[in-house]
Design a protein around this ligand. Structure first.
Ligand code: NAI
Length: 350
């Protein structure tokens, strides 16, 4: 029986993986801790490591995993910016869940946007305290405004369709434009700068890479409309958070809906409610009435958790039983997110 060392376990992971595992019969060793240099020894005796978005899989950790006899890292997520693929080359295989429910993330992006534009977060608190005043809750129609979608992959496309459905004009930016799809949506690809300049809403759906790190920064924020809203369900470091805080302070941006944060590793997915936040940038962000932060929960739907557990355990089963790895993350292009590699299933990178 193959043993899986399952890092950073949460109750919902266990519930869904235990259910799916009824058909596979793996022995799953659930661990609360993140995978990193300090905890890698806990993988000893297992065949597979199952990891998530805030586990650290750098050169030391991959060395430690190889020494512990691990054959496979099964990521139970789509993103892989936390893995040093170059260091893993020729040591271990890495598989992921390329798509589980892109709708779950796109719908969460839309939820953050609607919540912000109609002050639902403020109204919820007010009404619960018996305050039915409407003062200060005046919103804005999104219909007729322009949405800029950055990254038109699985999630970006659904977000674009949702926003098109409510009557927004759609601008698009992607390194690999899908012009046929854009035409079907009446959307228009443009340069990133033009998208920043013309959009009322900017929603980020590109992977984090050397190309996209801090794509939202002082310069690009300066291009934006003063009331533009930024939605980020991609990865935290797509945004230079200091630049965002500055813009919010100076009212040179309309608001932000963030499901991810560039320094989220310490806080997100944990209960810090009884502690003082030591991260001053996060603490400052939380003070703005026009900022909504959720703790990386865009993926958290029944459909997505079912998809994640099905694909992850299926990936592990195939690796050992058939040797097939349709969801392997490409080793050849350690430079993740380059223009050349699309990391498509079963397709050569170059
Ligand atoms: P995808 O691979 O289907 O789409 C990504 C798109 O970004 C592709 O069209 C690609 O061409 C484009 N792209 C790549 N490099 C680019 C660049 N430098 N500039 C502009 N566009 C670029 O990925 P999918 O499934 O749509 O996911 C997008 C991202 O969403 C993931 O990388 C992940 O970081 C994030 N995510 C967040 C979740 C959450 O719970 N908040 C859950 C799942 C994914």
């Amino acid at each position: 029986m193959k043993i899986i060392a399952f890092f950073d376990t949460k109750p919902y992971d266990k519930a869904y993986f235990d259910k799916t595992n009824e058909k596979y019969g793996f022995q799953i060793r659930y661990l609360d801790v993140h995978l990193n240099q300090a905890t890698v020894s806990l993988a000893k005796g297992a065949d597979v490591v199952c990891a998530f978005v805030n586990d650290t899989i750098n050169a030391e950790v991959s060395e430690g995993l190889a020494e512990a006899g691990i054959k496979l890292i099964a990521m139970r997520c789509a993103g892989y910016n936390n893995i040093d693929l170059k260091a893993i080359w020729n040591k271990l295989h890495v598989v992921r869940v390329p798509a589980y429910s892109p709708n779950s993330v796109a719908e969460h992006a839309a939820a953050l946007l609607f919540c912000l534009t109609r002050s639902i977060h403020k109204a919820y608190n007010r009404v619960r305290e018996g305050n039915f005043l409407l003062n200060g809750l005046t919103g804005r129609n999104l219909s007729g405004k322009t949405a800029g979608i950055v990254g038109t992959g699985k999630i970006g496309k659904i977000t674009a369709a949702i926003l098109r459905g409510i009557g927004m004009r759609i601008l698009l930016y992607d390194k690999f434009p899908d012009t046929a799809w854009a035409a079907s949506l009446n959307g228009e690809y443009t340069s990133f700068d033009e998208l920043c300049t013309k959009s009322d809403v900017i929603s980020l759906h590109a992977p984090l890479s050397v190309d996209t790190f801090h794509i939202i920064n002082d310069r690009t924020i300066a291009l934006m409309k003063k009331d533009a809203i930024i939605i980020n369900t991609g990865r935290g470091a797509l945004i230079d958070t200091q630049a965002l805080v500055k813009a919010l302070k100076h009212k040179s941006i309309g608001g932000a809906g963030l499901d991810v944060y560039e320094e989220e590793e310490l806080y997100f997915f944990e209960d810090w409610s009884g502690e003082a936040l030591e991260d001053d940038v996060l603490a400052r962000l939380l003070t703005f009435p026009n900022v909504i932060i959720t703790g990386h929960q865009a993926f958290l739907t029944d459909e997505a958790l079912t998809g994640i557990s099905d694909t992850t355990l299926g990936n592990i089963h195939h690796f050992f039983e058939t040797g097939e790895m349709p969801n392997e993350i490409c080793y050849q292009c350690a430079d993740v997110g380059t223009a050349k590699c699309r990391h498509e299933q079963n397709k050569p990178c170059f």
